[in-house]
Design a protein around this ligand. Structure first.
Ligand SMILES: [Zn+2]
Length: 102
């Protein structure tokens, strides 16, 4: 399909769907409960209420990231939305500032 238009080995839709499913399953595990117990955003360090916690892939699925325990972190909705709307470089810039402000 459109795969040949990517200049790197981007996963295809079915692979991304499978990884999303894995992430959903991991959300139900004790591991995720423990990971989110402190209620802190991985990126900005803000305290977040349990229902506000979102699960984020450090390396996005679209860039070949996988739903593995070391690639999944709890983060707040603000960071999640920002990350989606920013280019990778802008995001790194934001993170650097977020850490400095602490
Ligand atoms: Zn955050």
């Amino acid at each position: 399909m459109a795969r040949e238009f990517f200049d790197f080995d981007a996963p295809d839709d079915s692979e991304i769907r499978a990884e999303r499913g894995k992430a959903r399953d991991l959300r139900k595990t004790r591991w995720w409960q423990q990971k989110t117990a402190p209620g802190l955003c991985h990126y900005c360090g803000k305290k977040i209420s349990f229902k506000e916690i979102t699960m984020d892939h450090l390396v996005p699925l679209a860039r070949g990231g996988r739903s593995t325990k070391d690639n999944l972190v709890p983060c707040c909705k603000d960071c999640n939305n920002l990350k989606k709307s920013m280019l990778p470089l802008e995001w790194e810039d934001y993170l650097e500032k977020a850490v400095k402000e602490k």
